[in-house]
Design a protein around this ligand. Structure first.
Ligand code: CA2
Length: 154
């Protein structure tokens, strides 16, 4: 069974690969989404990738996941550090959420050290660049498609 996963990217992540490449790398958002699509297919997951610069739009999509998706991968961008509204929406989903940051937010400005979104996330990954999204999908794959015991183990 292929399970639907929502991949959300927040404000300014549409600019990936165009500026601040020393922090965020050279991959564009399209590269990230293509890598997620191909990795998800190997894990029995089907991803729907969306990006918005608007807090309310992200919240509407998170609410949609209550019925339409089995899990969420989210890079909330700077809303991680400011949005209690996004936290509340994620808490209401009751599906596994993995928060991803391309950069290591703990090595950066102190205002990036706290993420409200982390309070609703089952897992948090930072500092692995694009690999973080793929590792988030690996985790969702394991949680949502638990390994079946082999005949020998059963
Ligand atoms: O490390 C991450 O993935 C962040 O979520 C990225 C956010 C930042 O506010 C968070 O603290 C950490 C910023 C995304 C902005 O991305 C840009 C990419 C290229 C050019 C300009 C901005």
């Amino acid at each position: 069974m292929t399970l639907p996963i929502l991949i959300l990217n927040g404000p300014n992540l549409n600019l990936l690969g165009t500026r601040e490449t020393e922090i965020y790398g050279h991959d564009t958002l399209s590269d990230v989404e293509a890598a997620c699509r191909s990795h998800a297919a190997k894990l029995g997951l089907d991803v729907d990738c969306r990006q918005s610069n608007h807090e309310g739009q992200l919240i509407d999509w998170v609410q949609e996941a209550r019925t339409a998706f089995s899990g969420i991968v989210i890079n909330p961008g700077a809303y991680s550090h400011t949005s209690i509204a996004l936290l509340d929406a994620l808490k209401a989903v009751q599906k596994p959420v993995v928060e991803v940051h391309l950069s290591n937010i703990h090595q950066r400005d102190s205002f990036r050290h706290r993420s409200y979104v982390s309070l609703a996330a089952k897992g948090v990954i930072c500092g692995l660049g694009i690999q973080g999204y793929l590792s988030a999908l690996d985790a969702l794959g394991r949680w949502l498609h638990p390994a079946q015991p082999t005949k020998k183990e059963a």
